[in-house]
Design a protein around this ligand. Structure first.
Ligand SMILES: Nc1ncnc2c1ncn2[C@@H]1O[C@H](COP(=O)(O)OP(=O)(O)OP(=O)(O)O)[C@@H](O)[C@H]1O
Ligand SMILES: [Mg+2]
Length: 156
């Protein structure tokens, strides 16, 4: 079983729908890292995930001022953005590491490539690339057994 999937997303709606499907599958302890340029669609995908995880729409923000936003859905969802962090040490002060270790919810992290060590050993890594106009190319890579099972269920 391959642990990598690639997919073409032709519109924001398609990206959203894919996120919704992931949100229905997430369990506490799951960690999803998102990588991609400005405007690649990371936050857009997370909004879909939040909807799929039954988070009230009003709760969902774009993590601009805080590093981590907690959402309460079917399970707790933590939406983080590492864009403004410089290094691993910054993660201590934000409480991010406690949150990942606690495993009471699922964690979604934009700009994981800024601090790759922020990810636990087992995680799902999603990379979004601009592919002209509204087209995005998504590459999903699973590290570990649970992420591989999650990926297989998400993109059979
Ligand atoms: N296929 C697509 N999938 C997702 N978003 C798309 C797509 N086509 C166009 N867009 C648009 O691209 C923008 C993506 O913005 P979004 O905030 O999700 O990006 P981001 O990767 O989170 O960027 P940032 O690094 O600035 O946080 C939105 O305005 C969205 O409508
Ligand atoms: Mg974003």
């Amino acid at each position: 079983m391959s642990t990598v999937r690639t997919l073409k997303l032709s519109s924001p709606e398609e990206t959203h729908a894919l996120g919704v499907r992931l949100g229905k599958l997430l369990q506490p302890g799951d960690f999803v890292g998102l990588i991609g340029d400005l405007g690649a669609g990371k936050t857009h995908l997370v909004r879909g995930v939040a909807e799929g995880a039954e988070v009230p729409r009003s709760e969902v923000a774009s993590p601009t001022f805080a590093i981590v936003y907690p959402y309460s859905g079917r399970i707790p969802l933590y939406h983080a953005d590492l864009y403004r962090l410089a290094n691993y040490d910054d993660l201590y002060s934000t409480g991010f590491l406690d949150l990942v270790e606690g495993r009471d919810g699922a964690v979604l992290v934009e700009w994981l490539d800024r601090i790759p060590e922020a990810a636990p050993r087992e995680h799902l890594r999603l990379t979004l690339k601009h592919a002209g106009g509204e087209v995005r190319e998504l590459s999903a890579e699973a590290f570990g057994a649970r992420p591989a099972a999650l990926l297989a269920a998400w993109m059979p």
